[in-house]
Design a protein around this ligand. Structure first.
Ligand code: DOR
Length: 462
């Protein structure tokens, strides 16, 4: 991570609502960070506040461990016109994320140690937050032979995935799951049987029929999840289901967990808050016929936005804990990849900067508790990565000071011209969200500071 603008050796956040799921803490208190680590998160006597420090009034704000995103596309190397590690890390910090796991569908793909080393180097030079690379399952993501998984693990990848594409070949998936056991790293599969999704560009259903677009059936996802669960059972390997999107996928994961298999799953903010109605271009408003705004390519994503019934099932599964965590699948694209017909547009939504505001809609409407939302963004993903990452999702004294401070009530309008990400491809442009990040600290350094945040310079001004 590179040095950033504000030195924050001693920082005190006072009177914030501290939510630290790792310690089951939800209380109003203070957080003191010093030399990159948490010193106290809880009750802090005035006498313990260092003489020289910066003080933030956290009244009305939530302080929690920084968010961990298991699934984002930072596009570097190879697609720097869509996103870079520098821009993606700024977007992450603005969204409250202090750890980003970068998917390997780059050019070249992350399928050997040299590319991993290139990313580590870039991260040291350019990134405001922690970036953990994910390695390919197969060489060049082509699905023909396994990548050198051991070499990738030694180089520091935290998981394996051919994301953007599934691992088609069941035997390769089986072997990858065997390796996942030895290496202790999960296989995150993009579950989509493309022989079923064919040329589909949105969810199968009445909206697709109405618009005359090819639909992607739910079975395309569910068939592959069922296959992967069978393979996880046969091998004992570590399966992580990427971006789960259908109601029918939920019981598959639930039953696998009940049978004690090593299966985890993630869901994206857009699959929890938007439906296929959004393809009609009126931000989910139900309309009788396709108007001039229909075929909104910013809604085109893998897996596709689905029905209200699917959304409700996913929210319940997240609440229940069947789905372990929220991951953004931040997939930034350049303008020209999206300013084409719906059929031709690239799949993907730029999510890092809107994730929190979207998810808080579920909190404000009482579908998800604030504590559960924070858990699914912190300890939930850390558990998927494994025990050695638990310190990234905790405010326990001595852990790295990765913290997000957010105002759950702040209302704002999404304006993509203000995005830090190079990807402006979101259907949320112009929508009103409630809840926004005020500051993000990564290893104790300020990675993002909202305009207008007041920082006082000594304890006398507390
Ligand atoms: O919509 C998506 N875009 N889904 C994926 O799985 C890949 C991603 C991309 O890389 O653009």
């Amino acid at each position: 991570m590179r040095e950033r603008c504000v030195e924050t050796d001693n920082i005190v956040i006072r009177h914030a609502r501290i939510i630290d799921p790792s310690r089951r803490m939800d209380q109003v208190g203070d957080v003191l960070l010093s030399n990159g680590e948490i010193v106290v998160a809880g009750t802090l006597g005035v006498e313990s506040i260092p003489d020289v420090c910066r003080v933030i009034d956290g009244t009305g704000l939530v302080a929690s461990p920084g968010f961990i995103d298991l699934h984002c596309h930072l596009r570097e190397p190879g697609f720097e016109y869509k996103e870079t590690i520098a821009a993606g890390s700024k977007a992450g910090a603005k969204g409250g994320f202090t750890t980003l796991c970068a998917m390997p569908n780059t050019d070249p793909p992350i399928d050997n140690a040299a590319v991993v080393e290139f990313i580590h180097q870039k991260v040291r030079q350019d990134s405001l937050v922690r970036i953990l690379p994910i390695g390919c399952v197969t060489k060049e993501r082509k699905g023909h032979e396994l990548a050198e998984m051991e070499e990738l693990a030694s180089a520091g990848v935290v998981a394996f995935s051919d994301d953007g594409d599934p691992v088609y070949d069941a035997n390769l998936m089986r072997l990858a799951l065997v390796y996942s056991l030895d290496l202790g790293l999960p296989i995150s599969n993009h579950c989509q049987d493309k022989s079923l999704s064919c040329n589909g560009v949105m969810a199968e259903g009445p909206v697709a029929t109405h618009l005359g677009l090819d639909g992607i059936p739910a079975a395309a996802e569910e068939a592959m999840i069922a296959r992967d669960i069978a393979l996880a059972e046969a091998t004992g390997g570590r399966l992580h289901v990427a971006h789960l999107s259908t109601a029918g996928s939920v019981p598959l994961v639930r039953e696998a967990k009940e049978r004690g298999l090593s299966v985890t799953a993630e869901v994206c903010p857009h699959h929890l808050t938007t439906t296929d109605q959004w393809v009609l271009g009126r931000k989910g408003e139900s309309v009788g016929a396709a108007g001039g705004l229909a075929y909104d390519t910013s809604t085109k994503v893998y897996p596709p936005l689905r029905s209200q019934r699917d959304v409700e099932a996913l929210v319940s599964a997240l609440v229940e804990g069947v789905i372990d965590c929220i991951a953004t699948d931040h997939a930034p694209h350049d303008l020209t990849s999206k300013q084409v017909t719906y059929q031709d547009a690239a799949f993907g939504i730029s999510v890092l900067e809107t994730a929190l505001g979207s998810l808080l809609q579920l909190v404000h409407t009482k579908k998800l508790s604030m504590e559960a939302m924070v858990e699914r963004l912190t300890t939930g993903p850390a558990r998927v990565l494994g025990e050695s990452y638990s310190n990234l999702a905790s405010l326990e004294p001595g852990t790295p000071a990765d913290i997000v401070l957010f105002d759950p009530e702040q209302e704002w309008t999404v304006d993509t011209s203000e995005f830090e990400s190079k990807g402006r491809n979101t259907p949320l442009e112009g929508t009103n969200l409630k809840g926004r990040v005020v500051a993000t600290f990564a290893s104790g350094r300020m990675a993002y500071q909202a305009p207008g945040l007041k920082i006082k310079e000594s304890r006398d001004k507390v």
